[in-house]
Ligand binder design. Sequence first.
Ligand SMILES: Nc1nc2c(c(=O)[nH]1)N[C@H]1C(S)=C(S)[C@@H](COP(=O)(O)O)O[C@H]1N2
Ligand SMILES: [Mo]
Length: 200
Amino acid sequence: LWAVGGGSLLLLATSAGRSFDGPLRSTALLAPHGGAEPGGGPNGFQINKTAAYAGIDPAETGEEAWRLVVAGRTGTVRLARADLLRMRQHGAALPIACVEGWSTADQAWRGVRLRDLAALVGFDGDPPDVFVESLQRAGSFRHGALRANQVADPRSLLALSVNGGTLSPDHGYPARIIVPAAPGVLNTKWVARMTFGGLA
Ligand SMILES: Nc1nc2c(c(=O)[nH]1)N[C@H]1C(S)=C(S)[C@@H](COP(=O)(O)O)O[C@H]1N2
Ligand SMILES: [Mo]
């Protein structure tokens, strides 16, 4: 009973921050961060959960520490961020549309096509579905599954930069998913592992 009471008090306290624009606004943990105005936040648009909130340690996202693990039909490859930047880069203008009730205008994303990553692990023609896992250890948004048609879409990227700058920590540095016509929750941030064909 005590735990339940504490939970609703916390909910009250966190949602109360939504209606204020002053310093109190930072207590609205569940509301979009980065400011009330549409252009607020790093890279020019709002944040849902910050890197700190998600428990992302900057030590595990550095050039030396971070590797993207890509698994598929022909095995597993490990790629540094520099390796990803050496692959062919593509752009896509796509919004973040969160089911919590906000969305951004189109943002200019740049990175590697999901279908090109599938090709690295043995799926050259028709890419399969993919299971994406984040560095984040807890919380239901730490992983997501994308269907084959979402992987095949040329606008579906593992983004490395946005709006002309390197992805900020709060928007998912070193790399995050961005796909068209999908709820924001599928745009996994701080990606650590991608398993192609694992859901078949
Ligand atoms: N690892 C991880 N990825 C995540 C989330 C999260 O909490 N953890 N939140 C998701 C949700 S609900 C949304 S709406 C978008 C928000 O992206 P943004 O913070 O860059 O605006 O990221 C998605 N990716
Ligand atoms: Mo969201």
